[in-house]
Design a protein around this ligand. Structure first.
Ligand code: ZN
Length: 426
């Protein structure tokens, strides 16, 4: 798994390409986005019909929007969906009607505390229509009649999601998931999509120990749908991460799985601890992204959420300020590197057994000291050898031993390979 030096800028370019598309939990915007991802990775696109029952939920009707605007008393366009797709309340029903300002205002959403930004709002499960705009624009509106036009459709169709399964040596899986349901929002949505696309691309054609499943799904309803339709596969999921908020300038945030002590939790924290970046770790809480579904008590999967800024934890979150200026190639690059390191450790974090556990094996006799004699890390490798031999009883992973010995994982890994070769562990 070699990292391309330019992966951050490639990720940024993909985010740029996807940014203008109006995505939602269903509809053409999602299909169009997934087709763009297919230019990078052999993604399978699944369609689940509206009305399909998925646990306590039902796959909603498909929403598509073509045009939406408001014209003021003088006939001038005051809000135009074509200028910014955040202007439309997602899942708005079609309408073409004239309203007095007072009645129109019931359908206008603004952020009085951030008067220059357009909020991102949805009404998936309650029929409504509405527009979102900057608060200072709202304040400028004068009394009079406003013509409202929304050319949208809400009809039987399907929920669309993308999936890429990369088989490894084992059928045990690593699940990597990103939500794809937000329109023009860069950090919350596109950064995660972009990161997983390039991570998948980098692992394609590699020999991996684990199988990898990449999901590009609409938030909440997408993970519920996938879990409901793929329940027999769930038992194979050994580790997982939900990817989002990976392009902003914030330090890293790891939200543990509900289990709290899963291997993914240990590995993610280990990588962050040694990354040189500022980071924070939280225990699981039942709001946030799709880890809510993966970690619901009936599944309780070992799935964490690794972001930069925490969920909802930056001022531009769910506003027009979460745009291509908020994310940067260098931050995407660093995030990619963290994910990549986590995968690398998962791939190599084995549990071994000492084949000569009764007292120490006589290392000199076996030529073990000579085997590491010329290495610049010779002293540390000798220590690593003792730690691995003692703790390889099947209960400690190489990462556990690395933490306990306070020796870098790569060194423990290197020594474990020597000990395997000398038939001292297996
Ligand atoms: Zn969001």
């Amino acid at each position: 798994m070699e990292i391309m030096a330019s992966v951050g800028s490639d990720m940024y370019s993909l985010a740029e390409k996807l940014f203008p598309i109006c995505r939602s939990i269903t509809g053409e915007g999602v299909r169009q986005s997934l087709r763009i991802l297919q230019e990078y990775i052999p993604l399978e696109i699944h369609e689940v019909p509206s009305g399909t029952p998925v646990f306590d939920w039902t796959v909603p009707p498909e929403w598509n929007i073509r045009d939406a605007w408001i014209k003021g008393p003088n006939g001038e366009t005051i809000v135009d969906f074509k200028c910014n797709n955040l202007h439309i309340l997602q899942y708005s029903i079609p309408i073409h009607q004239v309203f007095e300002l007072e009645d129109l205002k019931k359908h206008l959403f603004t952020l009085p505390d951030q008067p220059d930004l357009i909020p991102y709002r949805t009404s998936y499960y309650q029929q409504n229509w509405g527009f979102c705009l900057a608060h200072h624009e709202l304040q400028r509106l004068s009394e009079g009649s406003y013509e409202v036009y929304i050319d949208a459709s809400l009809e039987e169709g399907s929920l669309t999601y993308g999936e890429l399964y990369l088989p490894g040596e084992s059928t045990q899986e690593v699940l990597l998931s990103a939500h794809i349901c937000h329109p023009s929002l860069a950090n919350d949505n596109l950064s995660g999509i972009s990161l997983l696309t390039f991570l998948a691309q980098c692992m394609l054609g590699q020999k991996n120990r684990y199988s990898y499943r990449f999901l590009f799904i609409p938030g909440t309803i997408g993970s519920i749908t996938w879990l409901a339709l793929n329940e027999p596969k769930v038992q194979n999921i050994q580790h997982g991460l939900v990817a989002s908020l990976l392009g902003d300038a914030g330090g890293f945030t790891y939200k543990r799985s509900r289990r709290g002590d899963a291997e993914i939790d240990k590995v993610a924290e280990y990588v962050l601890k040694h990354s040189g970046h500022p980071y924070q770790v939280f225990d699981f809480f039942p709001y946030g992204y799709d880890e809510r579904q993966f970690c619901s008590p009936g599944f309780n999967l070992p799935v964490g959420n690794l972001t930069r800024s925490p969920f909802g934890g930056y001022p531009e979150y769910h506003t027009s300020g979460d745009n291509l200026q908020l994310i940067q190639a260098q931050y995407l690059n660093d995030s990619f590197d963290i994910y990549h390191q986590i995968i690398k450790i998962l791939e190599h974090n084995n549990y071994y057994k000492n084949l000569n556990p009764k007292c120490e094996p006589q290392l000199g006799k076996r030529g073990l000291y000579d085997a590491i004699g010329g290495d610049s890390d010779q002293k540390k490798l000798q220590m690593a050898m003792l730690w691995i031999l003692n703790f390889s009883d099947g209960n400690y992973s190489l990462l556990d031993i690395s933490e306990r010995a306070e020796l870098p994982f790569y060194l423990i890994l290197k020594m474990s390979k020597v000990l395997i070769e000398y038939e001292l562990i297996a």
